[in-house]
Design a protein around this ligand. Structure first.
Ligand SMILES: Nc1ncnc2c1ncn2[C@@H]1O[C@H](COP(=O)(O)OP(=O)(O)OP(=O)(O)O)[C@@H](O)[C@H]1O
Ligand SMILES: [Mg+2]
Length: 388
């Protein structure tokens, strides 16, 4: 790849390892085990893997939030812990750590101030970012009352307030509706066009396939596969010819010719069929399991809890037994093709409908307030425990 020869990596790991230990110093979870990787400028890298495979731990080490047990890691040519490094990174955490009593604008203003931006610059960026993530209508609402998708959007805006060179997004599309997913993907591609480097973790394989240049698939703390989507997914021992729809007569002719010899024609475009990223992902995980690779994460889906199976005739029972379910639903008619303009118009209508939802501040019942206090204390404890 061109970038590899020409530029030093934005992030580079050699033998990177993180072992969590218990109170007595005994190894509790081998979260990341001896991994090497390079991330080059302008790349969008996808970090994939099942739950507990070490993605977030890797991300937290890149951010200097966790200290590696072994190995070396450099980000933007420095230690991830250096203050200068942090200034150039934007981070969307797996769970939002937003202060729930601030409004959307105040949140962005606050983070802008942390980065030392002037008041004028903060105002400008806040306005533009809120517009970009579709939250302009909710700028005066407290983020504590945001829906999951709205919280994700304000988190993304927050990650970009310092116009970072490197963006690290831990599951940016989680909790977003399909429209939101599309917007976030478009946004990431836009940032890539502007020369930003992006590292994303995700469980949404199709999302990753749409935006990433390169993926790394982790399992049990190790990188099990790494490469560009073309490298990983192209089936090189087969060929595919793409043509407009062929009539039976033409098909017969083509087959005749192909049988005679494999001569090519300039009118034909020949490429290789690709398997889906999902297929490939599942293969990698299956082979890791066959090799009995250890994982501290989820191993496989378990059985349905016995007490849930009490109802002998339940649909769940039928499904889990693998019996045929009686055809109940009518066939879904093929949707008519929707034009881009129609989609856009729908999108605008949807935005108008969801905008300005009445948000009267109602006095909260005491129990609710107590629960919030508890949640906040919990958050603080989490931060303390994770060394922040
Ligand atoms: N602070 C911690 N203390 C102890 N163990 C931890 C800690 N953080 C992570 N782990 C363990 O490290 C392993 C990897 O966790 P990590 O959060 O990196 O996984 P992940 O790939 O991000 O998973 P997910 O898809 O569920 O977000 C897990 O076994 C987890 O229990
Ligand atoms: Mg994670």
């Amino acid at each position: 790849m061109m970038t590899k020869e020409n530029n030093p990596p934005v992030a580079s790991a050699v033998g990177l390892t993180k072992i969590f230990r218990d109170f007595w110093g005994r190894p509790k979870a081998k979260a990341v085990v001896d991994i090497d990787f390079n991330v080059y400028p302008g790349e969008v890298i996808g970090l994939l893997g099942p739950n507990g495979s070490g993605k977030s731990t890797t991300v937290k080490m890149l951010l200097g939030l966790l200290y590696p047990t072994a190995g070396t890691l450099s980000v933007l040519g420095r230690s991830p812990r250096a203050v200068d490094t942090k200034r150039e990174i934007g981070y969307l955490p797996e769970e939002s750590y937003l202060y729930k009593y601030l409004t959307a604008s105040e949140t962005l203003d606050f983070f802008g101030a942390l980065f030392g931006l002037s008041a004028a610059e903060r105002r400008l960026r806040t306005e533009q970012l809120l517009e970009m993530v579709g939250l302009s209508h909710a700028k005066r609402r407290r983020v504590g009352e945001f829906s999951k998708g709205m919280a994700r959007r304000i988190g993304l805006a927050q990650a970009m307030i310092n116009d970072p060179a490197l963006l690290i997004l831990d599951e940016p599309t989680s909790g977003l509706d399909p429209l939101g997913c599309k917007e976030v993907k478009d946004l990431i591609l836009h940032l890539k066009k502007r020369g930003k480097t992006v590292i994303v973790t995700s469980h949404m394989l199709s999302d990753v396939e749409d935006i990433c240049d390169r993926v790394m698939i982790m399992y049990g703390g190790k990188i099990r596969a790494e490469g560009t989507l073309n490298e990983l997914l192209t089936i090189t021992d087969a060929s595919r010819i793409t043509t407009p729809q062929l009539s039976p007569e033409v098909t017969a002719k083509v087959l005749k010719i192909l049988r005679e010899n494999f001569g090519s024609s300039e009118e034909f475009q020949v490429d290789h069929p690709r398997k889906s990223l999902e297929e490939f992902f599942l293969e990698v995980i299956a082979s890791a399991r066959r090799d009995s690779v250890e994982t501290a994460g989820v191993v496989s889906g378990g059985q349905i809890a016995g007490y849930l199976n009490d109802d002998k005739d339940s649909l769940l029972q039928t499904l889990t037994k693998g019996e045929a379910v009686p055809e109940a639903r009518p066939a879904i008619p093929e949707p008519a093709e929707t034009s881009r303009a129609e989609l856009e118009a729908d999108n605008i209508r949807l935005k108008k409908l969801t905008a300005e939802a009445p948000a009267k501040a109602e006095p909260e019942p005491a129990a609710h307030q107590a629960a919030e206090k508890l949640a906040e204390a919990n958050d603080k404890l989490k931060d303390l425990l994770s060394g922040k």
